[in-house]
Design a protein around this ligand. Structure first.
Ligand code: ZN
Length: 103
């Protein structure tokens, strides 16, 4: 019997639940940042640092201009942010532009 240790973890907007919860690759409801989590971005696994309430970060969805739902979150990793929009069902990924990259 094949034991698949690493399941392809394809995140969709449906993976994210209100107020910092998400459905992990085992199909269980889990809390963001409760355990170490990585999200693939630009071909590399990025470590999730925190999840912020999207209402404090965004006025509307950058893609569809849809409203920010109560409980929706922006996930911050070491190199990008990810906002699952429940209006347009897209993951809005934005590279973090930090001052540290400027020398
Ligand atoms: Zn949207």
């Amino acid at each position: 019997m094949d034991k698949v240790k690493y399941v392809e973890h394809t995140l969709t907007t449906k993976s994210f639940l209100p107020y910092g919860k998400f459905i992990n690759f085992m199909g269980e409801i889990s809390e963001l940042c409760e355990e170490v989590m990585y999200i693939n971005f630009n071909g590399k696994d990025r470590e999730v640092l925190m999840a912020l309430p999207a209402k404090g970060v965004l006025d509307c969805c950058p893609l569809c201009k849809g409203k920010i739902h109560d409980g929706s979150v922006v996930v911050i990793t070491d190199s990008h942010s990810l906002f699952p929009c429940w209006e347009c069902e897209q993951l809005v990924e934005q590279e973090t532009v930090g001052d540290e990259t400027h020398e």
